[in-house]
Design a protein around this ligand. Structure first.
Ligand SMILES: [Zn+2]
Length: 160
């Protein structure tokens, strides 16, 4: 099922939608060999009808499998759009297309997920990559790195 909203249902009250948009429905055109989407997109959104527009606010979540641009290692990364907002005009030049009172949000989800893709995926911010690892200087640190995912430690600090 694609993510559609019925405008008639919006006339009296806001709609809350929660669910998943399958990979088939999302149909991402990923022109990037380094990134794959591995899970459906989870959405948790509230839709509100304004005078001549629809306002969508909420959260989108999806898991990516990335390949590090430096060391070519595969790693998983969650993509979390916590304050996802869409303002869709119902009138004027930029008006969103309405079919049988329904608006399909899928293209907007697709577009915004693609925009959030990491441009240069790195397994960790300080990844030394393949080249540096073969240089003598790096010898000291080789072997330590695998057991200490420093990026996660940093993340944990941030959560406090
Ligand atoms: Zn790497």
């Amino acid at each position: 099922m694609s993510l559609t909203i019925n405008l008639r249902h919006l006339e009296t009250r806001n709609i809350n939608l929660r669910g998943e948009l399958s990979l088939a429905d999302l149909d991402l055109d990923v022109r990037d060999d380094l990134i794959r989407v591995t899970t459906p997109v989870e959405y948790d959104i509230e839709i509100e009808k304004l005078d001549d527009a629809i306002l969508v606010q909420g959260e989108l979540r999806v898991e990516l499998e990335c390949e590090c641009v430096r060391c070519l290692k595969k790693f998983a990364r969650g993509l979390d759009l916590q304050n996802w907002t869409l303002h869709l005009p119902l009138a004027g030049e930029d008006a969103v297309s309405v079919e049988n009172d329904c608006v399909d949000l899928t293209p907007f989800v697709r577009e915004d997920i693609l925009l959030e893709f990491p441009q240069h995926p790195l397994c960790r911010p300080d990844c030394g990559g393949l080249k540096q690892a073969s240089v003598g200087k790096a010898r000291k640190t080789v072997g330590k790195d695998e057991s200490k995912p420093s990026a996660w430690a940093e993340l944990n600090k941030l959560k406090l």
